[in-house]
Ligand binder design. Structure first.
Ligand code: NAD
Ligand code: ZN
Length: 367
């Protein structure tokens, strides 16, 4: 079965298609776009041999000329150097690219961020198609139109552009080969979507946790469609992030501080940091009388069942607060957090105190 979620953004609207085996349909989809004769497929070094060559095969079978442009995998390579190398390769293609050339990203969030930004920049903007191959890229990175790269010293995602793809094609079967821990990071964002917008999604994940972890194609496709719908709804409300798009930062304020603190040597993956951040934020919501302790316990239990981190000892509460204050989400020195007001609903709070954060972070050390 194929799921289709329409992303409604006026004349830039597009479909997210979700099904097993969809990579085989890439060629037909590209050939159906207006004036497409040439495509550049951007892939990282892990994904290129697995799916990059398949993408090129599908395009060539549909009479679309395709060039595979690989780059070295990893977040550390989502930078200006790789961007420049990709641009060099793109501009060296013969015959030369023109405004009708389409960029295709096949890979995880690093690839879609990089390739999307290459598409936004080359010839002042080329169309692009996104074929995500990690759960995180499916439910998060591929929806919303944010593309970009990290600055090596100043920080993550500081260089970039909003550039919506012309389409997203999610081949759920590609998820079978993604590393386990990468999949868990995607699941953390799924739980986040449930808490901020829809308890029905939490019920679905609870009811299907084992099948999801076993990567069943149909259940995973359903999971992805539900999440894409939620992220698309939040983004459509607020495409450029002034208000409600901030709800997507639930779990990410303390989470980001934990990720930054652990940065040297023993890294904490983004999804695990976000899981810890969600547990801490739920704890704060209970203390403020916003939600019942049962609701917070439910979120924590589900995260733990999915194999995500829910406890962490030895965090320096002072440093966590310091990082939160420097976070770009801090407004005028004030720390802003997204807290649940009930499961399925969150609000923005600007009156966060260091004592409340310290208490929630200390609670993460408890059994
Ligand atoms: N633009 C956005 O809105 C947005 C949102 C969330 C995250 N992101 C970005 O996404 C990135 C993280 O994405 P990610 O976790 O997908 O990382 P990633 O792209 O680095 O993929 C993780 C690892 O899995 C490998 N891989 C990917 N798909 C595979 C597959 N099917 N089989 C085998 N190996 C596979 C990759 O080579 C890589 O080593 C971060 O840079 C983050 O900033 C962007
Ligand atoms: Zn995240």
């Amino acid at each position: 079965m194929e799921w289709i979620v329409r992303i409604k953004l006026g004349y830039r609207s597009y479909d997210v298609r979700i099904a097993g085996g969809l990579l085989e349909a890439l060629g037909a989809a590209a050939a159906a776009m207006e004036n497409v004769h040439q495509v550049a497929v951007i892939c990282d070094s892990n994904v290129a041999p697995l799916y990059g060559t398949r993408a090129v095969g599908s395009l060539e079978a549909a009479d679309v000329s395709a060039t595979l442009i690989p780059f070295d995998s990893g977040e550390a390579n989502k930078n200006l150097k790789t961007f420049a190398a990709l641009m060099d390769s793109l501009l060296a293609i013969e015959p030369a690219i023109d405004r009708n050339t389409v960029v295709v990203a096949v890979g995880g969030g690093v690839t879609s961020d990089l390739a999307g930004y290459v598409a936004a920049s080359a010839l002042r903007g080329l169309r692009w198609l996104c074929c995500p191959t990690t759960l995180l890229a499916d439910v998060d990175a591929s929806v919303g139109g944010k593309t970009g790269i990290n600055h090596n010293t100043a920080g993550k995602n500081l260089i970039g552009a909003f550039h919506q793809p012309s389409g997203v094609m999610i081949d759920v079967e590609t998820l079978r080969t993604q590393p386990d821990d990468v999949m868990k990071c995607g699941l953390a964002e799924c739980v986040k979507h449930g808490v901020i917008r829809e308890t029905g999604l939490l019920d679905f994940i609870e009811d299907n946790a084992e099948t999801i972890l076993a990567r069943d194609t149909e259940v995973t496709a359903d999971l992805i469609a539900r999440n894409v719908e939620i992220k698309a709804a939040v983004v459509a409300d607020d495409e450029r992030e002034a208000g409600r798009r901030a709800h997507l930062n639930f779990g990410h304020t303390i989470g980001h501080a934990i990720e930054t603190l652990a940065g040297y040597g023993k890294t904490v993956r983004h999804g695990h940091a976000v899981a810890l951040g969600m547990v801490a934020a739920c704890h704060m919501a209970v203390k403020r009388g916003l939600i019942e302790a049962d609701a917070a316990a439910r979120v924590r239990r589900l995260l733990e069942r999915l194999g995500l981190s829910v406890r962490r000892k030895g965090l320096d509460t002072g440093k966590v607060w310091q990082i939160m204050q420097h976070d770009k989400k801090a407004r005028g020195g004030r720390v802003r957090m997204i807290l649940p007001t009930m499961l399925g609903q969150v609000d923005i709070f600007d009156d966060i105190t260091p004592a409340a954060v310290a208490e929630a972070v200390e609670a993460l050390a408890a059994k």
